[in-house]
Write a protein that binds this ligand. Sequence first.
Ligand code: ADP
Ligand code: ADP
Ligand code: ZN
Ligand code: ZN
Length: 880
Amino acid sequence: MADRDRRIAPAVVQVRGARVHNLKNVSVDIPLGRLVGIAGVSGSGKSSLALGTLYAEGSRRYLDALSTYTRRRIGQTARATVDEVLHVPAALALRQRPGIPGVHSTFGTSTELLNYLRLMFSRLGSHQCPHCGAHVPPSMDVALMVPTTCLECGEEFFGPGAEDLAFNSGGACPTCGGTGIVRTVDESTLVPDESKTIDEGAVLPWGSLMWDLMKQVCGAMGVRTNVPFCELTPEERDIVFHGPAEKKHILYHAKKGDNFAELDFTYYNAVYTVENALAKAKDEKGLARVARFLREDTCPDCGGTRLSERARGPVIDGMNLGDAAHMTLDELAAWAPTVPDLMPEYMREMAKSIVGETAEPISRLQQLGLGYLALDRASSTLSTGERQRVQLARAVRNRTCGVLYVLDEPSIGLHPANVEGLLGVMDDLLDDGNSVVVVDHDVRVLRHADHLVEMGPGSGAAGGSVIAQGSVAEVAASPASRIGPFLSGEAQVRVRNRCASDEVFSAGAIHLETGAIHTVRPLGVDIPRGRLTAVTGVSGSGKTTLVLESLVPGVAAFASGGAIPAHVLDVRADGIRRVNLIDATPIGANVRSTVGTYSGVLDDLRRAFARLTESKKRGLKAGDFSYNTGSLRCPTCDGTGQISLDVQFLPDVDIPCPDCNGTRYGRDAYGVRRPVEHAAARDGEADAVVGTEAFGCGGGTFASSAAVAAGAPDASGGFDEDISLPELLALTVDQARGKVSGLRKVEDKLGILHDLGLGYLTLGEATPALSGGEAQRLKLASELTRNQADALFVFDEPTIGLHPLDVEVLLRVLQRLIDNGATVVVIEHDLDMICNADYVIDMGPGGGEDGGRVVCAGTPEEVAACEASVTGRFIAEELA
Ligand code: ADP
Ligand code: ADP
Ligand code: ZN
Ligand code: ZN
């Protein structure tokens, strides 16, 4: 006994020999019970260590303890490539991209706050007597769920329990099934082209959702099916849309041969055809086929509250549960503490204890900057950052102990003003006895860590090592550290020469006027052409609404002459012909999309290989070199590079194809080889692209440190005699640059990928596996080869996943767009990015009802000087 008491818990997780992805045999100790920050440039191996190794091992052990059944349902985690991970506790990861929530998920359900509200209304509300309809004031009987007697009619009844108030079970509105939305047939979509006859397929749902012979039945109903639909009489039209379900005797002519059959067939009018298909739709695919004929409206019976009439019965302070759930968190925080005083004296203590339970979770969510959200807000309309913070708040609520939390960039979407709240939540997790490992770039998050591990020095093959570790002060002082200068405040990302205030609009403006939408007020804004504009503001202030819901569709409509969204009152964007929204959503859903195909490099390479004498001799065309369809692809895996193993009792496991080793090509492809010339001569030229060109309004040079050119073109490759296509695709972008001499287009495209800081990616790498930031930059790469003078580029938080040094690379690319005449707008929280902008439009001042206005607009200095701007305060600090 005594021995066991004296045994001390291990203080560190010992990782030994980790080789996940690019990790180079990494051995590192991660202190337990501490906040550990993992830093490093993009692609250096942070996620490979935090998620691929620590979390993978921690969760695998956790899963081993679960039943086989549960494990199968969660999905198998592969064993990490690591010699040993000792003392790793059960791990939970809060991912950058939480899954898409279902129709029954709201901010209230996902935060569990709705449970407390239901409890409040079921116990503390005045109830309606089901016999005479009289309101019975709050009473202990109801609160204790025993029968109560109606003072009006004298009958006994039970108040509804908390379950009866739940829209995802007993309290669901029967009309909409607790979704708050009803889908009705949109009749205007059923016959989109009235110049067609019914025989020609004018009535779309009969063609796509029903048997074709409904046309014939319709004819038997007395409708002319061989005249254009627009010529039908109102009576005929009515039969098409709403005709009765009569049985008709028709002669059915089979398509093939001379077979006729006599059939009795019930007429399904066009509207019913859609309703019937909707009722029968079983999966996403089925729903998608019907969706084009439907319109979504707020449920008329529950008014969108999702609640049945009975569930809306209990009332507190004149409000029912639906009304209360419609309040924002901030309003709820103010209202809830007043509830006990509304109760009869003898119920106050109980009311206080019920209401008291809500205080902590509400204030936590407020700390995380989510106070502007209403509990009834559908989770599917929340942004990624908002959903992630809900997850985080919930983790704290669960009051676990001894768990290792791995957080992947929790500062996404977080205004500088809310970073403090985030740090507070992480501290709470630690106080409960957990460990927290956080991958982030925000120096304020990193400075808060007890211990830092910095990966690097470069990306991909040029990274994968621990280059510095220790306390913040130790890493800041370490000469090997690349984040150090930013931690100490010695280095700042300042790579542009910004415009002077009076020059901002010298190249013209995009003018936008919008009406009220969501909580955003009517606005008029001018966005300078040919400049970098940052739209800033706390979460919920209206940035997304302004940029993604108004500016992008408005300018797109202006450029194409299409329909302008209803809430956009005016838009003038002379000279703008294209809008490019470059977001961080993953590229491609299957393994067939690779860096090589997406960037267009593979197309050029296929043609180049087809031009070789050896190809001509073998009769190989460019198409033969495609790993998707070509004759040279690996027959075993069909060019996917992997095969699925069907392991009994376990989910299928994908493994690299044993025949081609994941290269996707068969043996023959290696026989066609292209000469490689010495590449060393080009190294200098390649780096010059990001070196010392003049940038910005008045011209100038980059002021800060060199680019993340950790993977400069590989000079050693010059001694190879020749190379095959599969070998080329196995190289990184930077390595391949030295092996494609004479292929101008390929060199250009690879050069752009390098400039974007993507030189470490392998050409054959599947794009769905890329991180959000990598995907965003790869999308941008394909844009950089086009004309940009007539384009508006819009980025939603482009700094996600970017180290300050990566931000410099990105800024250089944006500068290149601007130099070519493009107009660039970014939604941003990153102060480095904001301080490099020519123009800042600050939304706010708060979130939700407290926001939705332009607080101020101007150069960073002008916004810094604005008293009313929260963002301005942080810009001022940063510029100081
Ligand atoms: P970071 O988190 O620092 O941005 P990662 O750990 O995601 O870096 O990536 C490190 C290296 O491992 C990169 O070269 C990346 O392309 C590679 N990598 C990441 N995920 C995978 C994967 N699923 N398969 C193969 N390589 C990967
Ligand atoms: P930001 O991008 O600055 O975080 P948003 O433009 O997303 O702000 O949101 C502005 C306001 O509009 C917030 O109060 C938000 O809750 C509300 N809002 C945004 N999208 C929707 C939606 N689909 N339904 C209801 N309210 C919304
Ligand atoms: Zn309803
Ligand atoms: Zn294969």
